[in-house]
Design a protein around this ligand. Structure first.
Ligand code: NI
Length: 135
């Protein structure tokens, strides 16, 4: 089994707030991330595809194709956007790094037909990241 990674970067804003909680509860939980006007991050996204080498091509997945899938399905929808208002696959979901990673997984899992989606790693800062492997 081989693991192929494509890295992308994007910038986006979000506001962490749970509409089912009071304003005070939201501030207690999310603190600065509950700022009413949101705030931004420079995210790094790492998509890992697992598979065997295709003897015809020598690839697990053609990275040009993987890049195009990620650009079309994710980057074009999130880069310089506000997760709470503008990103279709995040509507009604609190845009924590956890939930965004799951959302990205759900957008990509059926699009990758060479090998299989193995993990979505989303770095919100260089020190904080989430990795989702499905299930
Ligand atoms: Ni944030």
């Amino acid at each position: 089994m081989l693991y192929v990674t494509r890295r992308e970067v994007f910038s986006a804003s979000h506001r962490l707030t749970n509409p089912d909680l009071t304003d005070n509860e939201n501030v207690d939980i999310y603190d600065k991330c509950n700022n009413p006007y949101g705030h931004g991050h420079n995210y790094t996204l790492e998509i890992v595809v697992a598979g065997d080498i295709n003897p015809k091509t020598g690839y697990v997945i053609d990275l040009k194709k993987l890049k195009k899938i990620i650009k079309t399905k994710i980057i074009s929808k999130v880069d310089h956007r506000h997760f709470n208002y503008e990103v279709d696959f995040m509507q009604g979901i609190i845009p924590t790094t956890e939930n965004i990673a799951v959302g990205i997984w759900n957008e990509l899992v059926n699009e990758i037909k060479e090998g299989r989606l193995y993990s979505v790693k989303l770095l919100e800062t260089e020190n904080n990241y989430i990795e989702y492997k499905g299930g």
